[in-house]
Each structure stands twice: as C-alpha cells, then as structure tokens.
Design a protein. Structure first.
Ligand SMILES: Cc1cc2nc3c(=O)[nH]c(=O)nc-3n(C[C@H](O)[C@H](O)[C@H](O)COP(=O)(O)O)c2cc1C
Length: 226
C-alpha cells in the first residue's frame, strides 16, 4: 500500500466508525467500507462498522407529536438513539459509505442527519451531550455510483461539506468509485478500493485547512520543503 508523504500512520489510536448505508451488504460501497476499515486498523486505530438498516427504520417526524411527554425523549421505536449515542458520539472519526441514489445520499443516511435535530434542539433532554459529542470529528465519505461525470456527485459532496462546517467537523476526503453490479467496484481502474483504504489510514493525519484572509500561517504548506 502506498502512503502519501504527509501521512504519519501509527500516531495516537483513535476510534473510527464506518457507517454502511447501502441495503446491499455485499454491494460496492461495502467493498469501499471494508477497505477503509482495513486501512484504519492498519494505522493502529480502533474500528467499528455498522449497517444503517439495523438501526434506522423511522424517519424524522414532528417532534411536538413524538417527543415523550414524561421525559422529553424521542419515542420513535428503532435503534437510532443507540447508533447516535453509543456509536457516533464515541467515535473520533466517522466514514460514511454510500451508494449514490438520484444524485444524493440514500434516504436512510439522510435520516441520520435529519433526526439529529431531535437530539440537538432545545426540547431534548440530551441536548448538551449530543451537541458537544457530535462536534470536532474527522469525516470521510465513500461513494459508489454508476455514472462517472463529475456533476453526478457534486451535490452530495457539497452537502457533506456544509454538514461538516455546520457541525464543526473536518471533511477530510471523499472517494468516488464507479460501479453498478454488486462487487464490480474492484474493476474500476481508478482503484477506489485502494483510495478508500488510504482514507481509512490517514483520516486523523491528513492536513485539513480552511483559511480566512487574516489566518496567521507560514508561507509554506509543508515545513519539510524549507
Ligand atoms: C434507487 C437508486 C438510485 C440510483 N441513482 C443513481 C444516480 O443518480 N447516479 C448514479 O450514478 N447511480 C445511481 N444508482 C446506482 C448506484 O449508485 C450504484 O449501483 C452503486 O454502486 C450501488 O452501491 P451499493 O452496491 O453499495 O448498493 C442508483 C441506484 C439505485 C438503487
């Protein structure tokens, strides 16, 4: 495996959560998810892998209707809360693996973000815990799609960028591979599988910058180039 010059694997171990959002557990985005898990593990991180369809069955509803009157908790009866509290909040970095559906993310994955609202809004008894816990994470995105033109994934990449900005997270990288039939992503000559593994390896070591005019910084990007 090739490592980019700016990566320093085997730094501090971090918790890496990989979220598979395709219902096809033998599908293409799962191949990318597995590669990212391998990369993270090889870099010495603690890894965890979840399939969204085991956790998210219900969509966001009207919180005024479905928040429990006695304790203010969400009453939607699936495992979303377990996913959020026990897996997402405790992760230092999250890699979302997804098929492209109609130029966007699958509805189940979008629901993960929609329902975050129930836990971060003022009426939530877990507001502080969830607001504090969801910020500061490193985020990676793995996308499998049939079409190769850049516009196909532009919308969803922009959405992840905005989500990361809003949630005070770093969007580290996005890997896009082209495939349709199950597993054929390994045939994509741009080797998205290797790129997914690399993303898993360097999720916590990649330099992510977003300057403003007055940001104090060196004129060099790489100190070793001095
Ligand atoms: C409901 C649905 C919508 C899709 N929409 C698109 C699309 O807009 N653009 C595209 O390139 N591929 C689209 N595809 C193809 C999938 O993104 C592609 O087959 C992907 O590799 C599936 O990933 P998976 O095997 O992990 O489920 C769509 C597939 C489905 C089932």
């Amino acid at each position: 495996m090739q490592t980019r010059p700016h990566t320093t694997p085997h730094e501090t171990p971090h918790n890496t959560l990989v979220v598979s959002s395709s219902p096809r557990e033998d599908g293409n985005s799962h191949v990318l998810a597995r590669a990212a898990l391998e990369g993270a593990r090889a870099a010495g991180h603690d890894v965890e892998h979840v399939f969204l369809d085991e956790y998210v069955q219900r969509m966001l509803d009207n919180c005024r209707r479905c928040r429990r009157i006695d304790d203010g908790n969400c009453s939607l009866d699936d495992r979303y809360e377990e996913l959020l509290i026990d897996h997402m909040l405790s992760a230092d970095g999250i890699i979302f693996a997804m098929p492209l559906y109609f130029y966007g993310m699958p509805g189940r994955l979008k629901t993960v973000f929609d329902r975050l609202f129930c836990y971060t809004s003022n009426g939530s008894p877990r507001q502080d815990e969830v607001v504090d816990g969801i910020m500061g994470k490193k985020i990676g995105v793995l996308i499998s799609c049939e079409e190769s033109y850049l516009g196909a994934t532009q919308g969803v990449i922009a959405q992840f960028q905005e989500l990361a900005r809003y949630l005070h997270q770093d969007l580290v990288d996005v890997v896009v591979g082209n495939a349709n039939s199950r597993g054929e992503i390994v045939c994509d000559p741009s080797d998205p599988v290797a790129r997914a593994r690399d993303l898993g390896t360097r999720l916590f070591t990649t330099r992510v910058t977003d300057y403003r005019l007055d940001t104090v910084r060196s004129s060099r990007v790489w100190e070793q180039s001095a």
